[in-house]
Design a protein around this ligand. Sequence first.
Ligand SMILES: *[C@@H]1O[C@H](CO)[C@@H](O)[C@H](O)[C@H]1NC(C)=O
Ligand SMILES: *[C@@H]1O[C@H](CO)[C@@H](O)[C@H](O)[C@H]1NC(C)=O
Ligand SMILES: *[C@@H]1O[C@H](CO)[C@@H](O)[C@H](O)[C@H]1NC(C)=O
Length: 567
Amino acid sequence: MDSESRTPAREELPTSWLGIEEAAAPFAGKRTKVDVGRRWPKLVKATVVAFIVMMAPLLVLIGGQPAGAPAVWIKSTVASLAARGEAQKDALLGGLLVPGFDEPSCASRYQSVHYRKNMTRPPSPHLLRRLRRQEALQRRCGPGTEPYRRASERLSSRQSAGDGDGFVATVDGCGYLVLISYRGLGNRILAMASAFLYAMLTDRVLLVDPGKTMADLFCEPFLGASWVLPQDFPLEGFRDLGEDAPESYGNVAVNRSGSVSGLRFVYAHLDHAASPANRLLYCDDHRQFLHRVQWVVLRTDSYIAPGIFLNPAYREELDMMFPRKDSVFYLLSRYLFHPTNDVWGMVTRFYNAYLKNADERLGIQIRVFDGDEPFQHILDQILECTSEQHLLPGVVTTGVGGGGAPPLVVRSKAVLTTGLNSWYHDSIREMYWRSPSSTGEVVSVHQPSHEEHQHFFRSIHDMKALAEMYLLSLSDKIVTSGWSTFGYVGSGLGGLTPYIMIKPENRTVPDPPCKKAMSMEPCSHGPPFFECTKKEIDKIIDTGNLLPHVRSCEDMPWGRKLADPIT
Ligand SMILES: *[C@@H]1O[C@H](CO)[C@@H](O)[C@H](O)[C@H]1NC(C)=O
Ligand SMILES: *[C@@H]1O[C@H](CO)[C@@H](O)[C@H](O)[C@H]1NC(C)=O
Ligand SMILES: *[C@@H]1O[C@H](CO)[C@@H](O)[C@H](O)[C@H]1NC(C)=O
């Protein structure tokens, strides 16, 4: 069953007042079928290079030269790879990824390193240990295993999955965290990354509800295991669970004093607008009562990591996993999200056609919450931001055609714009077409697509949206719209600290038009507002001051984001 037909009310929600439903803008034009052979040029080249490197001494020994044409081709390939420093790149990202996957079935996993800058935050040894442990857990308890079969049987037979003194979650040592997918793709990606963190901390197998589109978007992240919730998952109607459900964490914590007896599962409702009682889950010490439940079903549309960092129960573990607090999403997203070959083809074709040869790439992600039509104040905000932060040159408007002869040697800057409306892209491009830039730089402006409206759970729409987020992450610098989860994903995945355009009020350009963010981490739109040691859910406190690394977001003062403390 697809989520769309099951939960129409949720999927059709208008952009909430928090505005966190995400824009996604696909490529224009028809989907074209791609010859599989054309998708692996790098792989083929790499193999040929390796072969030639091994063969070179042999050729010298023989003193012969193979047929002229191939030798020339091979030489230029080696030269171009070497010139781009690609030969030495570590495709496994310092142990973050494991070898052993079938490379052609998911080319992005090993090829993306050639499109990216070097990792700015290497994974800690402890994070690597926890990832290996999680992979082993997913293999031992995941779908297709005996423990999984037994656990689903217990769930479907209405047997209690927890009781006052039992430790049902430790039956087979297998507990499960099921993530419901809803809202836009940006939200879903933030939810998946942070749910994965929660699964690691609580030693649960993560199973993601694939909705309609997940199989078209991502490869499996775990070797020899699946993170996709099986079609025959026995919990009827789990996508319709709401925060008033008897199984909700809020109800268990407030009305049942933490007793899970008689419950088959616990429902964790961490939607951005969740009630304070349900947000108590952020303070759950899994050693207290959630660990007695084998199945936890989680609904969130947000990046829940900052709330988890506020929980004292996980502080020590998290400090060891992430010595640098600004790179949680960066590392987890590089570990988890490998686009399928279809999406990767869209990314690489666009990149190679429009972005690759520029001296510098700037990504501009435009999300407007006032409506889909073009707004002058948004264009003004973009131009004032890029000018103030020296991201784009101004134009010379004096005299016809800007006057003066064009310089012979030019530096090029490619701008990638993404958004629902093409007017911003067209206007910026026109500006640099009609007049020369004040610095002599050549500025080209590209937008893969403009969809006008946001759609939910349409495969091709989501594929284009993912390709665009990925392309943004390949920029050298990035400007994003405040409140936009699409922008959070683009920055975080690329390890880029964004310039965030604060959401305008009263349709006027805010002052300043944008701010350099404190970190590349996404903002959590629905964090807890109480202290876990006190759990006073009726008394709102400023959780942005409790820890030096959990702070108030630039674009949403009540949101929370992770950042390294200012030293
Ligand atoms: C990236 O890392 C490789 C080694 O893995 C190194 O040779 C190269 O110089 C680095 N590039 C930059 C720009 O730091
Ligand atoms: C506690 O129970 C009451 C009465 O059934 C219900 O109205 C309320 O929503 C419950 N509280 C929570 C947090 O679920
Ligand atoms: C927006 O306009 C309202 C009413 O004119 C005013 O009260 C408010 O301060 C304005 N907000 C900003 C940020 O300028």
